[in-house]
Design a protein. Structure first.
Lengths: 371, 362
C-alpha cells in the first residue's frame, strides 16, 4: 500500500531502534505514556515495544473513546434502543460495552433495532430512508470524531430532518490529561501526544504539559515508525534537558489545528459542567452536549432516559488501567473473569483499549534487554 | 523492568492459559450475531452445548467432515448451510458457495467429493429468474467439482422469513488412501503452507453489501479445493499432516483451532502471507485484519519439513494454488498459541476472533 507501507519499513525501524538505544541513559528507567488508544493498538499490533530496550516502558493512557464511557451512559443508550420503533445506531465497538444489564448487542438480540455505522452521516442517511421511525445516533469520541457529529447535526438541521437525534457522549482530551498529571500515584517522563485529536485541536492545547508539569510531549502518528520516532524525540529532549511540545506528525497535524472543524464544534456543542468518565469519576468541563440551537436534535431531551449513575463493578480496575497506574495484567480480573468475549470493563472491549490490546496481541512472555 | 515483576506477569499469563485451555461453557442467554461469526462465541456454542449433548467420538474431533467406515469403506460426511447476503456478489453467488463450501469440507478431510444433497429454503416472492440463475450456478459448480446432486428438498417460507433464499447441502466423499490427516499428527517443525491470498471472499461480500461506499476490484475466491488436495497428496502423501479450509474467521481462526486442538504453538511470518493489494487497502480502511476475513477457496496445509518444498511446488502448479506460500511453522512453545512475527520486526499473539470483525473508530 503506497503511503502506508513506507511507515512500516522494518529496516528503518531497526535504524530508529539503534538511535533510541543511543539516546537512553544506561541504568535509567523511562516511563512514557501514549495518550491515545490508537497508539496502544499500533504498539501491540506491530510489536513496536520489541524494538525498545526494556528500560523504556510504555504506559497506556486514557485516550480510548469506548473505554471512557461509564456504565450509566450505556444503560441510557440501551433504554433509547428499546424506544418503540426506534433505530439505534452506533460505532461497532460500542455494541459490546457492558452496561449494568447487558450490552447493545444483547439488546439487539432481544429485538431492539441496533445498527452499526461507520460514520454519523450513515446514521442520518438511515433516518432519511426511514422517515416514519426515530433514528438515534450514539455519539462517542474525542475531538477527532466530534466534528463529524457536528457536521451531521448541521446537515440534519439544515435539511429539516425531524426523526434524527444524537445522544452526545463526546469528550475532550485536555481535562483528563490534566487530571492524570495532578494524580500523585503516577510518575511519567513524557507523553506521546494524540495524533488524530491534534489534527483538530492542533499542538497548542498541550503546551501546559511542559509549561506546568515539565514533561516533554511529542505529537505522533499511528504507524510504527511514527511511534518509534516520537519515542526517540522524547528521549532526546530528556537527554538534552529540554521539555516542550514537538510535532512528529507534521504530515497531518498543523500547529493551529483545523479551524473549520473547531468552528463547527463551537457552533453545535457546548461544554457540560461535568461529565463522568469510566474509572476516572467526574471531570469538570470535560464532556460536550448539544448547544441550545441544536436542542431539538438532542436524544436526551426528546426521549426520557434513566440517567442513573451506575458505579463501576467492584472488581474492575479500568480506572487504574486508564490512568496507567497498573498494567492490564495487574488487574485482579484480567484474563480470567474479564476477557474480550466476556468483558467486565471497557478497556477489554475496544481494540484500542489497553486490556484488549494486551490480551489479544501481547499475551506471552517477552524478553527484552535492559540497557 | 525488575525481574520479580516479569515473573509475576509470567505467572498470571500461565493462569490465563490454563483457564483458556478448559472447555468453554455455553452460558449466554440468547444467540447473538457473534455466535455465527466463527470466533470464540461460535466455539463456545459448539463445545459448550452441541458436542456435550450430541458428542460421539467422531464429532468430538471437530473436523470439517466426520468419517464413517462401512464394511471397510472409508467415507467422509459433512453438511453446511448458506445464508449469504447479498446472494450474488462479484466472483460468485450463493449457489457456487453451496456446492464449493461442502465439497471443500470433504476435500480437506482427505476425501474425494462424490455426491451432494441439496435443500432449498425459498422466500415467498423470490423471482423465478433469480432462482433459475442459482440452480444453474449449482449445476455448473457441481459439474466443475465432479460431484453429483443425488437428492434434494424444497421449502417455501412467508415473505420476510428468509433473505431471498437459504441453501443447505450435505456432502459425501470417499476417503483417499493417500491421506492420513489428523490434528494430532502435527509435529514441531512442520511447515504451514497457505494456498493463496487471504480475505478475498469476505471482503468481496462486505463491499457488495454497499454499506461502506468503497469500490474495489475484489472478487470472491469460491472454488473447489479438491484439485489442490489431490496434488498435495500426490507429492507428499503421509507427510501432509493436516488440512483446513480457511472459511469463517479466516486463516487466523483455523490456526488457533488447530494449535489448541493439538497442543502445539504456531509461528506465522506476517510478511510471507499473500494478500491482494485491494484487499489489504480495504481492510486497512475498515480496520480489519485480513487474516480474520473469510475465504471460500483457500486451504492451510501442515506438511512435514522434508516434503514442504515439493508440496509448495505442487500447490503452485495446481489450479487455484498459483500464489501459494509457506507462511510459518509449528513450534512447541507456547502450547495452544499462535504467534506472529510482524513484518515490522516485532512479535505478537494472533488470537481467536471475538465477535464480528468490528472496525476501529479512530
Amino acid at each position: 500500500m503506497k503511503y502506508v507501507d513506507e511507515f512500516r519499513d522494518a529496516g528503518i525501524g531497526r535504524v530508529l531502534s539503534g538511535e533510541i538505544l543511543a539516546a537512553v541513559e544506561p541504568g535509567r528507567h523511562y516511563k512514557v505514556m501514549e495518550v491515545c488508544g490508537g497508539h496502544t493498538h499500533s504498539i501491540y499490533k506491530y510489536g513496536v515495544d520489541d524494538l525498545l530496550p526494556a528500560n523504556v516502558e510504555l504506559v497506556h493512557g486514557p485516550g480510548c473513546p469506548v473505554c471512557v464511557i461509564p456504565m450509566g451512559r450505556v444503560d441510557d443508550g440501551i433504554a433509547l434502543a428499546h424506544e418503540p420503533g426506534a433505530i439505534f445506531t452506533c460505532f461497532g465497538d460500542m455494541m459490546r460495552v457492558p452496561g449494568s444489564r447487558g450490552t447493545l448487542l444483547e439488546a439487539k438480540a432481544e429485538g431492539a433495532d441496533v445498527r452499526m455505522v461507520y460514520s454519523p452521516l450513515d446514521a442520518l442517511r438511515i433516518a432519511k430512508a426511514n422517515p416514519d421511525r426515530e433514528t438515534i445516533f450514539f455519539a462517542i469520541g474525542f475531538e477527532t470524531t466530534a466534528p463529524s457529529t457536528a457536521l451531521t447535526l448541521m446537515r440534519a438541521k439544515a435539511e429539516g430532518v425531524k426523526n434524527f437525534t444524537v445522544m452526545c457522549n463526546h469528550v475532550t482530551i485536555v481535562p483528563p490529561l490534566r487530571a492524570l498529571l495532578e494524580s500523585p500515584d503516577l510518575r511519567l517522563d513524557g507523553f506521546i501526544g494524540p495524533g488524530h485529536v491534534s489534527t483538530v485541536v492542533g499542538a497548542r492545547p498541550f503546551a501546559f504539559i511542559p509549561a506546568q508539569y515539565e514533561k516533554p510531549c511529542v505529537i505522533a502518528g499511528f504507524e510504527p515508525l511514527d511511534i518509534l520516532q516520537a519515542i526517540h524525540m522524547i528521549l532526546v529532549q530528556l537527554a538534552e534537558g529540554r521539555c516542550e511540545v514537538e510535532n512528529q506528525y507534521t504530515r497531518v497535524v498543523p500547529y493551529e489545528g483545523n479551524r473549520k472543524a473547531l468552528e463547527v464544534m463551537a457552533e453545535v456543542f457546548e461544554l457540560r459542567p461535568h461529565f463522568e468518565w469510566r474509572g476516572l469519576g467526574f471531570i469538570s468541563q470535560s464532556g460536550l452536549k448539544l448547544s441550545a440551537r441544536y436542542a431539538e436534535l438532542d436524544a436526551e431531551l426528546r426521549f426520557s432516559v434513566p440517567g442513573v449513575r451506575v458505579a463501576d463493578p467492584k472488581a474492575c480496575q479500568c480506572g487504574e488501567v486508564l490512568k496507567g497506574v497498573i498494567k492490564p495484567w495487574e488487574c485482579k480480573v484480567f484474563g480470567t473473569a474479564c476477557t474480550p468475549e466476556r468483558p467486565i470493563g471497557t478497556c477489554m472491549v475496544s481494540s484500542e483499549g489497553a486490556c484488549a490490546a494486551y490480551y489479544n496481541y501481547g499475551r506471552f512472555a517477552r524478553e527484552r534487554e535492559v540497557v | 523492568m525488575p525481574p520479580e515483576v516479569s515473573d509475576r506477569e509470567q505467572r498470571i499469563l500461565g493462569i490465563i492459559e490454563t483457564a483458556r485451555a478448559k472447555r468453554a461453557k455455553f452460558r449466554d442467554e440468547r444467540i447473538t450475531m457473534a455466535h455465527g461469526a466463527g470466533g470464540k462465541a461460535t466455539q463456545t456454542l459448539i463445545e459448550g452445548l452441541l458436542v456435550p449433548a450430541l458428542g460421539s467420538g467422531t464429532l468430538e474431533e471437530l473436523g470439517d467432515a466426520g468419517t464413517v467406515t462401512i464394511d471397510g469403506l472409508g467415507l467422509a460426511l459433512t453438511t453446511d448451510s448458506f445464508v449469504v447476503r447479498p446472494i450474488r456478489f462479484p466472483g460468485g453467488s450463493i449457489g457456487d458457495l453451496a456446492v464449493n463450501g461442502t465439497v471443500n469440507d470433504l476435500a480437506v478431510a482427505g476425501a474425494r467429493p462424490m455426491a451432494l444433497t441439496l435443500s432449498l429454503v425459498l422466500e415467498e416472492g423470490l423471482g423465478a429468474d433469480v432462482l433459475r440463475a442459482e440452480v444453474e450456478a449449482i449445476a455448473r459448480a457441481a459439474g466443475e467439482a465432479g460431484v453429483e446432486i443425488v437428492a434434494g428438498d424444497t421449502k417455501v417460507v412467508e415473505r420476510g422469513h428468509a433473505d431471498d433464499m437459504y441453501i443447505c447441502t450435505t456432502g459425501l466423499g470417499r476417503l483417499d488412501d493417500r491421506a492420513t490427516l489428523s490434528p494430532a499428527g502435527l509435529r514441531p517443525g512442520d511447515r504451514i503452507l497457505l494456498s493463496g491470498p487471504v480475505g478475498d471472499h469476505g471482503m468481496a461480500i462486505m463491499l457488495a453489501r454497499g454499506e461502506f461506499e468503497l469500490d474495489a476490484p475484489i472478487v470472491s475466491d469460491t472454488r473447489s479445493l479438491w484439485p489442490l488436495v489431490d496434488a498435495l497428496l500426490d507429492v507428499a502423501g503421509p507427510s501432509v499432516r493436516c488440512l483446513r479450509d480457511a472459511t469463517r474467521g479466516g486463516v487466523a481462526s483455523v490456526l488457533n483451532e488447530l494449535a489448541r486442538a493439538s497442543g502445539v504453538a504456531m509461528l506465522v511470518r506476517e510478511g510471507e502471507v499473500p494478500v491482494a493489494a485491494a484487499v489489504a487497502g480495504a481492510a486497512e480502511i475498515l480496520g480489519i485484519d485480513p487474516m480474520y476475513v473469510a475465504n471460500e477457496g483457500k486451504l492451510v496445509a501442515f506438511v512435514a519439513p522434508e516434503h514442504a518444498d515439493a508440496a509448495l511446488a505442487a500447490m503452485r502448479a495446481a489450479p487455484g494454488g498459483e500464489q501459494a506460500a509457506e507462511i510459518g511453522e509449528v513450534r512447541t512453545e507456547p502450547p495452544g498459541m499462535v504467534l506472529v512475527e510482524t513484518a515490522f520486526g516485532g512479535r505478537r499473539v494472533m488470537d481467536q476472533l471475538v465477535g464480528d470483525p468490528l472496525p476501529r473508530i479512530c
